[in-house]
Design a protein around this ligand. Structure first.
Ligand SMILES: [Zn+2]
Length: 139
């Protein structure tokens, strides 16, 4: 299972008796998955016996794909989602990087839509095996 720690979303956890404060940074402003992640964190910790669960959302410093662990990237590939490649461009001009197909490994892919199953992901298509896949955006 891909965890929020793998994604680098989980920034901090503080436990004080039966109270716990979890700090998360969204992967993408307006990412609808963050509401689900927050609910899942509260549910999991409540079930674990914490009476007081607080989830704080911290926007600065902004999340970057660099925070995602190698394990997290590997799990994304296992799920058929192309992990982020390279690093954010240092300059103001975005650099288009070849996205590797998670199914066959081909770099001969193209973006079909800026928005895949969630706004954090773009929908790609592989020209080699013709399979569509989600690409986690680098930002
Ligand atoms: Zn392919």
């Amino acid at each position: 299972m891909l965890t929020i720690a793998d994604l680098g979303v989980l920034r901090d956890v503080r436990v004080d008796g039966d109270a716990v404060t979890v700090t998360i940074t969204p992967t993408y402003s307006g990412c609808p998955a963050m509401d689900t992640i927050r609910d899942d964190v509260v549910l999991a910790l409540t079930e674990a016996g914490f009476a007081d669960v607080e989830v704080r959302t911290v926007l600065a410093p902004a999340w970057t794909t660099d925070w995602m662990s190698a394990e997290g990237k590997r799990k994304l590939t296992d799920f058929g989602i192309a992990p982020p490649t390279g690093h954010r461009p240092a300059g103001p001009i975005p650099v288009a990087l070849a996205v590797r197909c998670p199914h066959c490994g081909s770099l001969n892919t193209r973006e079909i839509s800026r928005f895949g199953s969630t706004s954090c992901k773009a929908l790609y298509e592989c020209r080699a095996c013709l399979e569509p896949f989600d690409h986690f955006k680098v930002h």
